[in-house]
Design a protein around this ligand. Structure first.
Ligand SMILES: Nc1ncnc2c1ncn2[C@@H]1O[C@H](COP(=O)(O)OP(=O)(O)OP(=O)(O)O)[C@@H](O)[C@H]1O
Ligand SMILES: [Mg+2]
Length: 377
């Protein structure tokens, strides 16, 4: 039987829960032609949320078409332009022949070259002559708007891992080009999302940056535990098993409501459960996960300095005043000057996350391993 819990993939259908206000806000933005910027740490559900909004809108609003680009491995401006061209053309012109014909019509200065694979519907690539694109980038950047107008559709261009444009050769010049063209678009809207909060806020909230106030900035939160409890219970029920309110709550709490990890633990518990989940099956599942990841976590710790490890120990012990004299002493953190450097390095290693409210482990399973296995060694 298939597990009702999904992790590591886009959560959709019954595996998707909550996010009602966020779905509404994104849909309203799109309806009003407002661009959206979505920021959250990794695996909190950005891609799933945008995919869900895309699905709903495409089903209910005639003419709306979503086009998804992942900038995860797009490393330069050239690649960006060909990806954008490809996706806009693919989504707007399902028929291969039409796609080629229209390209001739939309591009005047640039001659895109299309090549086809086995299935021309999805398997094709576009290459652009960089010299031509450098002279007339507007032909690509305005494509979403021009195609929308021409096809009487409304394209929503979604760019995942947007902060990666920071790695382009001249990121600032590139951002200026985006702004200069995209700000005039009325039919096409943009949804830009990314997981590096610091880089994303710098791009969109720093007054001196070209994309300052480019759209409505939404900081995605974790999913509240009340949703998780009913989500987990109904996942069990749907598949002929059951779990108590209390154990469902423990799953959510143990994983600190982190979407990916709650789904992962829920799946592990579900797999271990014969019929009605017992306390023993729950504990066994936690052990299973900790054992499964032990080598990886040990390697992570091996790469840390003593000061960084001491800081994590303090964090596990719920210390909040890291620079207080007694903390520095009790956890051997050296001087208070050290503390900022340690925090910075742990943030860069993506082990902790610092928000104005608190400091927390990014990975709740690593935290659990660190406090229950590593610290007890
Ligand atoms: N609304 C949701 N309901 C239930 N589970 C969710 C939801 N959103 C995310 N998840 C869980 O979190 C996992 C990660 O989600 P997703 O890939 O959408 O996050 P992301 O923020 O785009 O991650 P990344 O930063 O790695 O791209 C999913 O596989 C799923 O297990
Ligand atoms: Mg994603």
């Amino acid at each position: 039987m298939n597990s009702p819990f999904i992790y590591g993939k886009i959560a959709s259908g019954e595996a998707f829960t909550d996010r009602k206000p966020e779905q509404k806000r994104l849909s309203d933005n799109i309806a009003s032609g407002i661009n959206s910027i979505l920021i959250s740490p990794r695996r909190w559900g950005k891609s799933s949320l945008v995919a869900r909004v895309g699905q709903t809108l495409q089903r209910n609003t005639p003419g709306v078409r979503f086009c998804f680009l992942d900038l995860f491995n797009v490393r330069n401006e050239q690649e960006f332009y060909s990806h954008l061209t490809k996706e806009v053309m693919r989504v707007s012109f399902p028929k291969w022949k039409e796609r080629i014909e229209s390209a001739k019509h939309f591009f005047k200065q640039i001659t895109p070259k299309f090549s086809v694979g086995i299935d021309p519907g999805s398997d094709f690539s576009v290459s652009l002559n960089w010299e031509e694109v450098r002279k007339s980038p507007e032909e690509v950047l305005n494509l979403p708007e021009i195609v929308s107008k021409e096809r009487k559709i409304r394209l929503v261009v979604c760019l995942d891992e947007f902060q990666n444009i920071g790695f382009f050769d001249n990121p600032l010049t590139f951002q200026k080009k985006l702004r200069a063209h995209w700000q005039h678009h009325k039919l096409a809207t943009y949804c830009l999302y990314g997981s590096k909060r610091h880089m994303m806020t710098e791009l969109f909230e720093n007054k001196s940056m070209p994309l300052y106030k480019f759209g409505d900035v939404l900081f995605l939160e974790k999913i509240p535990e009340t949703y998780w409890v009913s989500f987990i219970k109904s996942g069990f029920k749907r598949t002929g098993k059951s779990i108590s309110e209390n154990l469902a709550l423990q799953i959510a709490r143990q994983m600190e409501n982190h979407p990916y990890f709650v789904q992962q633990l829920a799946h592990t518990v579900w797999s271990a459960t014969k019929k009605t989940c017992t306390e023993q099956e729950y504990r066994f599942s936690i052990e299973t996960l900790l054992t499964q990841y032990a080598i990886l976590f040990q390697r992570e710790v091996d790469g840390l300095t003593n000061l960084q490890i001491n800081f994590l120990k303090a964090l596990c012990s719920n210390v909040t005043q890291f620079s207080a004299a007694e903390t520095l002493h009790a956890y051997r953190l050296g001087t208070s000057g050290n503390v900022n450097r340690i925090k910075e390095s742990l943030v860069n290693k993506e082990i902790i996350d610092i928000t104005p409210q608190h400091i927390e482990f990014i990975d709740p399973l690593f935290k659990l391993w660190f406090s229950t296995v590593y610290m007890k060694q």
